[in-house]
Design a protein around this ligand. Structure first.
Ligand SMILES: Nc1ncnc2c1ncn2[C@@H]1O[C@H](COP(=O)(O)OP(=O)(O)OP(=O)(O)O)[C@@H](O)[C@H]1O
Ligand SMILES: [Mg+2]
Length: 327
């Protein structure tokens, strides 16, 4: 859907982004991660031509963005920045309507679409559409920012640290809501973040950058379990445990766990999805020492009688196996 080919940007002779290439498939989320100043925002802004590359190309749906007019690009690519950037003197509904008005959509259609979007991001229009940004909390402003980015129904959305500046609980809630929303709307997303947990939670693919260069690209599990170099290993170190619990799914552990066929007459405790992350599973266990889980997949229903220690033992074994895997 969107592809960067050898993107390079120099500022006053210094290379901020150095031959960065990646491809994001339709409906996928790619995370650009790395420490401050490594070139994430510059890369993102080259995708929608807010910054022109010194060399390299961006293809959107196979077409070079350099040949597309900026208005079409604005329609095709939604953009959310860290500071939200709402217009302070516009109401919530006018903020959401900015791009559709630029594109001269019909007013009746704009008003229906704005109400629908505010509902979608959890801000009922009856209560919120007439408010001004200063009458909203930071998390609510962020939701308006998402609604605005979705307003022209762009297939691609760029997010630059969209959850920064929010407390941990609000941040977690908005991350989950956005992920659900993204799955149902099928948008293609490029997310810039320096939060490791957010990256592995939200993204299908990651590009970890350092000083303008991609150090490693791959799935979150590839980077966590098979780091290409010491920089990659060190970047994930402080969050390795939680991030790995998020990345590993119950189905990944199946070779290491004793599943049984269901026994008639016994009521299992929890019914879970086969691809539930281990982190979610452990959280569901919270009030139980042992649990029998029911999982169903294409091959039928299975039962697992287990405890947190046995799940963790299987998890450690899987992590050790992946780290040892030969090239
Ligand atoms: N307009 C500019 N003029 C000169 N240098 C710039 C300009 N914009 C960015 N840079 C430099 O390019 C490098 C990359 O900046 P960029 O904003 O892309 O980093 P980042 O990874 O987004 O960092 P952060 O996580 O702090 O937002 C930095 O060294 C920055 O100082
Ligand atoms: Mg930045």
């Amino acid at each position: 859907m969107i592809q960067a080919i050898e993107l390079t940007r120099k500022f006053h002779g210094t290379t901020a982004v150095d031959r960065v290439s990646f491809k994001v498939g339709a409906g996928q989320t790619l995370g650009l991660i790395g420490t401050s100043g490594c070139g994430k925002t510059t890369t993102l802004r080259m995708l929608n031509r807010l910054i022109e590359p010194t060399s390299g190309r961006v293809l959107l749906g196979g077409r070079d963005v350099a040949h597309q007019n900026p208005e079409c690009l604005r329609r095709a690519i939604g953009y959310v920045i860290q500071s939200v950037g709402l217009f302070p003197h516009y109401t919530v509904e006018d903020n959401v309507a900015v791009v559709p008005r630029l594109l001269r959509h019909d007013e009746g259609q704009i008003s229906r679409r704005t109400a629908e979007l505010l509902d979608l991001v959890g801000l009922p229009p009856a209560a919120y559409s007439k408010r001004f940004p200063h009458e909203l909390s930071g998390g609510q402003q962020q939701r308006v920012g998402f609604a605005r980015a979705l307003a022209a129904d762009p297939p691609v959305i760029l997010l630059d640290e969209p959850f920064g500046g929010l407390d941990q609980i609000t941040r977690g809630q908005i991350q989950r809501d956005f992920k659900t929303l993204q799955r149902c709307l099928g948008k293609t997303v490029v997310l810039v973040t320096h939060d490791v947990f957010e990256a592995v939670f939200m993204c299908d693919q990651l590009c970890l950058m350092d000083r303008g260069i991609i150090q490693q690209s791959g799935t979150p599990a590839d980077l966590l379990f098979e780091p290409a170099n010491d920089f990659v290993r060190d970047f994930f170190r402080s969050q390795q445990f939680l991030a790995s619990l998020q990345v590993v799914r119950l189905c990944d552990l199946s070779p290491h766990l004793p599943f049984d066929a269901p026994a008639p007459g016994r009521t299992p405790l929890l019914t879970v999805e086969w691809d539930i992350s281990l982190l979610d599973l452990v959280q569901q266990f919270q009030n139980h020492d042992t649990a029998s889980l029911v999982v169903s997949d294409a091959d039928g229903t299975k039962i697992l009688n287990t405890t947190i220690p046995s799940l963790l033992a299987a998890f450690w074994k899987l992590c050790a196996d992946r780290r040892k895997r030969p090239e």
